[in-house]
Design a protein around this ligand. Structure first.
Ligand SMILES: Nc1nc2c(ncn2[C@@H]2O[C@H](COP(=O)(O)OP(=O)(O)OP(=O)(O)O)[C@@H](O)[C@H]2O)c(=O)[nH]1
Length: 326
């Protein structure tokens, strides 16, 4: 379980300066006026963003806000080029957006091991042997390496979970995720225990792996900024399946369900085009008669499952449903 979930962070990056070219003249026994032989400076290291599918948050960058690549080395004698500076590689989860200081998107990482250069290292300067010509046989001049500036960027993570669970606080989302995945979220009988998305991995028959995210914060008026507002709802945009969880303890499930659909529609109508499944949770409180009462009120083509994380009712059906779709 990832406790310190961070989905937005400011980082400072600087690629390496280029190494300077050298001013030097060949000095050897029996060679008179050997001529210029100062080598070129090496190139500064790049700052590179790399996708890593083992990462699910950008919290690791909280303590590494300054990302600095190595400078190129200066040129050497005998026309030896200085070595290039080492790149600085920033590993990020799949689904990370990189924005400039004005918050414009400049790149996005969507694949494992995908590498994109955020800042190029400075060019190395030319050594003095480049400047020898018919007029000037002994140039006392070489180029300086290019000095690069530091820039700030914003990294924003939109979780690429296959499945998103949404529902009102206390409906049982965290408990479900702790039962069907390896995640161990904080669970208590108070609304809003979950203040950050919990992410769990569901391993299915050793060959399939589903990433499930419990997206907190949906309440009536979330779309107008109430509660946690839209802080996390944006993550749903990238889920392939949406599970909408309503506790059977609610007096008016249909009303609650419609509130959630309206909030999602207000945020982004495309979310409602995704595959979705209604989970009626805490079904251990229900007998067949009460279940029938609920089913009667649902729309005819509404896909639903009664689930209980306590009695385990419906959990196998849910897992099979998810794994067969994805
Ligand atoms: N009877 C019953 N209680 C459950 C079940 N699942 C969860 N609960 C209880 O319901 C309460 C809320 O559960 P959570 O999993 O924290 O609910 P949540 O939707 O994640 O809540 P927030 O973190 O506030 O968004 C806890 O006291 C759980 O023990 C269930 O299947 N049956």
């Amino acid at each position: 379980m990832i406790n310190k979930f961070i989905d937005f962070i400011k980082i400072y990056c600087k690629s390496g300066n280029g190494g300077s070219g050298l001013i030097h003249f060949r000095r050897e026994k029996f060679i008179h006026k050997g001529g210029p032989d100062g080598g070129d400076g090496g190139k500064g290291g790049n700052v590179i963003i790399k996708g890593n599918n083992q990462l699910y948050t950008i919290s690791h960058l909280k303590y590494k806000k300054h990302n600095i690549a190595e400078n190129g080395k200066n040129g050497g004698i005998n026309r030896i080029t200085g070595s290039n500076g080492k790149d600085c590689i920033i590993e990020v989860p799949i689904g990370t957006l990189i924005k400039d200081e004005y918050k414009n998107i400049i790149m996005e990482i969507l694949n494992h091991n995908e590498k994109k250069i955020l800042l190029y290292g400075g060019k190395g300067g030319k050594g003095n042997w480049h400047f020898k010509n018919a007029i000037c046989q002994a140039p006392f001049y070489s180029e300086k390496g290019k000095i690069v500036k530091e820039f700030c960027f914003f990294l924003e993570l939109k979780i690429l979970a296959d499945v998103g669970i949404i529902g009102f606080p206390n409906s049982g989302k965290s408990t479900l995720i702790s039962i069907i995945t390896s995640s161990k979220p904080k669970i208590s009988n108070y609304p809003f225990t979950t203040l950050n998305p919990n992410i769990g991995i569901l391993n299915y028959k050793k060959f399939k792996k589903l990433v499930i995210a419990d997206i907190p914060g949906i309440i009536k008026g979330a779309s107008k900024g109430k509660g946690l507002g839209f802080k996390f709802i944006k993550h749903i945009q990238r889920n392939r399946i949406i599970l909408i969880m309503i506790s059977c303890e609610e007096k008016n499930y249909i009303k609650e369900y419609n509130i959630i659909l309206n909030e999602l529609n207000y945020f982004d109508p495309n979310i409602l085009k995704k595959k979705r499944l209604l989970l009626i949770s805490k079904s251990d409180y229900l007998d067949n008669e009460l279940k029938y009462e609920i089913i009667k009120k649902l729309k005819k083509n509404e896909k639903y499952i009664f689930i209980s994380s306590f009695s385990k009712e419906g959990l196998d059906e849910l897992i099979n449903y998810l794994c067969n779709i994805i």
